[in-house]
Design a protein around this ligand. Structure first.
Ligand SMILES: C[S@@+](CC[C@H](N)C(=O)[O-])C[C@H]1O[C@@H](n2cnc3c(N)ncnc32)[C@H](O)[C@@H]1O
Ligand SMILES: [Zn+2]
Length: 276
């Protein structure tokens, strides 16, 4: 099934000529050289550069590319490969960031029927995802107003990103569609936070958005808990990709950056929901 972006101005389908997306009412959106399109209308932006800031995104890419979270990416890939449709399906990554998880899914499959789409509200993130050249439909958009038609996707993925239950419900096909939601578990990055806070409040995932809805049922929860040793040269990227860097003092940052290595637990819950 062909997948079309929906025009954010008039909701008609957008057709690309390779350079520009255009709807039948002649609204046009330029396709950037990295392949993505910016569908976030200026009047819908709450700030000039919404989403994670550029340093966070670049550091997250550098850190993820080193393979520290492969236990998570391989779990996501395994869940998809064991679905009835396997890799023959349309997948949307909401809050895809710089595209690491989509890239891992693409690398795991040679299926020509695998369609990957990603959206993020940060232009820098989507641009970096485009540079991965992984044959993905990419747009700068909000998770609360997704530029796709109803019943477009078989699976929606969200890793540590905000989601809207009504938008997910609208976009998923009615038959056998799934949502893979990843959030932090209680001990996630405890080896880092112990340097920053005396008492760490447990993280809250974004699951409650779906748990509160009767139209989604939790099918499976997989817990991933692992010890990792972050090399000295990667500690700054780890720190900068988290909100902690932006909340802590120069002294604490210097103390952490002076470590020879950083041992920490990584701890995730991967939840698979089914749309009823
Ligand atoms: C913690 S990051 C996770 C990125 C990616 N999923 C990953 O795990 O590498 C959260 C992402 O959500 C994006 N984001 C924040 N608010 C958003 C919104 N309203 N709509 C779409 N994306 C949003 C941020 O720009 C950021 O890239
Ligand atoms: Zn239009």
């Amino acid at each position: 099934m062909s997948l079309y972006f929906k025009c954010p101005s008039c909701s008609k389908a957008l057709i690309s000529n390779g350079k520009t997306y255009r709807c039948e009412n002649n609204h046009t959106y330029d396709q950037a050289k990295e392949g993505y399109v910016n569908l976030l209308l200026a009047q819908h932006k709450k700030s000039k550069n919404p989403g994670d800031n550029d340093e966070m995104i670049k550091s997250r890419q550098a850190f993820l590319n080193k393979g520290y979270y492969t236990s998570l990416s391989s779990t996501i890939v395994k869940i998809i490969s064991s679905m009835d449709k396997g890799f023959n399906q349309n997948i949307l990554d909401i809050g895809c960031g710089e595209g690491y998880y989509m890239h891992e899914i693409r690398k795991a499959s040679s299926s020509k029927n695998l369609s990957l789409s990603g959206i993020d509200i940060s232009k820098t993130a989507v641009k970096l995802a485009g540079k991965r050249k992984m044959d993905t439909l990419l747009s700068v958009s909000s998770a609360y107003d997704l530029p796709f038609f109803s019943n477009s996707f078989d699976t929606i993925v969200s890793v540590f990103s905000p989601v809207s239950a009504s938008e997910i419900g609208r976009l998923l096909k009615s038959e056998n569609s799934k949502i893979i939601m990843v959030g932090p578990a209680e001990e996630h990055l405890s080896g880092l936070t112990k340097h920053i806070y005396n008492e760490v409040l447990p993280h809250k995932g974004n699951y409650s958005v779906l748990d509160d809805e009767e139209s989604f049922v939790l099918e499976e929860q997989i817990e991933i808990k692992k010890e990792i040793t972050v090399k000295k040269e990667d500690i700054l990227d780890l720190l900068r990709m988290t909100p902690y860097y932006w909340q802590t003092t120069v002294e604490i940052k210097e103390k952490i950056l002076a470590l020879e290595e950083l041992k920490t637990t990584i701890h995730f819950y991967v939840r698979v929901y089914k749309k009823l």
